[in-house]
Every structure is written in structure tokens, then in C-alpha cells.
Write a protein of this length. Structure first.
Length: 259
């Protein structure tokens, strides 16, 4: 993961749909970005999110960032900032309403406690938030997620026809051909062959079905990697070289589909 050097800048900004909030200026691999915590409405609920914006006037392409079952933690914020350093406005959405798991048992409990329809609504509202930002290209918005968030990234592709690019990192796949037929955005998959929860055969079957339906689907499977191999906090499972290769593929994909 690229080093991130943070310098706090005490300024107030007004973000679309929010009250003025504290902003931090961060340097990612030499590129200056601005980060802040923002909020938006999802139905009657208020959703918090971590917004990262590249330096400059834009307009920029944008990406919704969807967290793992752990919640919106530091690693997800770092991933969102990394994409912002590549020139994307990123919105890391908090599906847990402020909770972050400290153990696998707690993460499992939090994940089970999220109604799928509410999560889908939060993502659709997040897409609308990005689309309404003056410095975002409204027709160049994608999504990326890991683990639980990977599954929701795929669900976003199914339920948000305007989405322009989708990345699914070892997330739950849909098997219903009608749902796959509804996907309009190009889709990149990142998976590990040693992932016991998502067999390689199911990944290839999804790819085959998608391509048979004329979808732009590309699945990448890392032979020695297991689940969550991109997360440096995954002790014993993090694979640095595979993770960096996956990041290169993700950034290349977004550059091709969202520029």
C-alpha cells in the first residue's frame, strides 16, 4: 500500500447535500487530495460517508467504495484515498451506521444485521449524491467493494442501470441469469482460487453466463490467494504481490471505463 502523509488543514467546506464539514488535506503518492466526513439522506435515514476529492476543479469521474464486513475502517478509507490519488472522487459509504467490528464474531453479527433492501437503498442514494456533485462527471460513476462490499458492488450493478463500471473483489456472486442480464456496466472480478467461500468454479460460471448474455465481464483469479487477500490486516492471508497486481488491474479498468 502506498504511503500516505497527512497534514491537517482547519478549513470548512460545503459539500453537496451536507452541512459545512471539516476537511483534511492528504498527499497520496505525491497527489494532493481533500477528505471529509459527509452525510446524505437514504429515505428517512441519514448515512455517513468518507468523501475523498482530488485537487483541482474537475469534473472528475467518481467511485462508490463499499466496505468489508468489518465496517468503514481505516483500511477502507486508505483504499478510497488511493483511488482519489488516481483522479477519482470517492465516496466510502458506511452501511453499518457508525459501527466498526473488532472481531470476526462482531463483524458477522453486524453484517447479518444489515437489511439488504436498506443497503441497496443506501447505495442508490450514494450514487445520487455523487451524481449531484458539481465536480463529478454524472455519467462516469463506478463502484468497488471487498468481501461483503464486493457482493453489494455487484448488487449495485444490478439495481443502478446508470453505473458505468463495477469492481467485485471476492464478493458474493448472483446466479440468477435474469439478474445478470440486468447488468449494464462493465464488470471486473478479483478472486482467490483458495477462497473456500467462493469456489473458482462459481466464478467461472458467472463469467460464462455473463459473456453468454453479451456482458462485458472479466474475472481474475489468483491461484495462491484466499479470501480477503488484498487487506494488509488479514494476518496470514494478505498477499502483497497479488494485492498490488489486483490494484493495478482495478485502476487500469477504471481508467478505461470511466475516463
Amino acid at each position: 500500500m502506498r504511503d500516505i502523509r497527512i497534514a491537517v488543514l482547519a478549513v470548512l467546506i460545503a459539500c453537496t447535500g451536507t452541512s459545512p464539514l471539516h476537511q483534511v488535506t492528504t498527499t497520496v503518492a505525491g497527489e494532493k487530495i481533500h477528505t471529509s466526513t459527509v452525510s446524505y439522506l437514504s429515505g428517512k435515514d441519514t448515512v455517513m460517508a468518507y468523501l475523498s476529492v482530488p485537487e483541482g476543479a474537475g469534473p472528475f469521474p467518481a467511485v462508490m467504495v463499499i466496505h468489508e464486513w468489518w465496517g468503514l475502517n481505516d483500511w477502507v478509507r486508505t483504499a478510497a484515498a488511493r483511488l482519489a490519488g488516481e483522479g477519482y472522487v470517492t465516496l466510502a459509504i458506511d452501511l453499518y451506521r457508525g459501527h466498526v467490528a473488532a472481531s470476526a464474531d462482531e463483524a458477522h453479527e453486524l453484517m447479518r444485521g444489515v437489511p439488504e433492501d436498506r443497503a441497496a437503498r443506501d447505495l442508490r442514494a450514494g450514487f445520487g449524491y455523487l451524481k449531484g456533485m458539481k465536480n463529478v462527471k454524472p455519467d462516469k460513476i463506478g463502484s468497488v467493494g471487498w468481501c461483503m462490499g464486493g457482493g453489494y458492488s455487484l448488487q449495485a450493478a444490478v439495481s443502478i442501470p446508470e453505473l458505468s463500471a463495477t469492481v467485485v473483489c471476492y464478493g458474493r456472486l448472483v446466479t440468477d441469469s435474469a439478474a445478470i442480464a440486468g447488468i449494464r456496466s462493465p464488470l471486473l472480478g478479483i478472486f482467490g482460487a483458495q477462497d473456500r467461500g467462493i469456489p473458482e468454479a462459481s466464478v467461472r460460471e458467472f463469467e460464462k453466463t455473463g459473456r453468454g448474455l453479451g456482458k462485458d465481464v472479466s474475472m481474475n483469479i489468483y491461484p495462491e490467494a484466499g479470501h480477503a487477500f488484498m487487506n494488509p490486516g488479514n494476518e496470514g492471508g494478505f498477499r502483497e504481490k497479488d494485492a498490488e497486481d489486483a490494484w493495478r488491474k482495478i485502476i487500469t479498468f477504471f481508467n478505461m471505463k470511466l475516463r
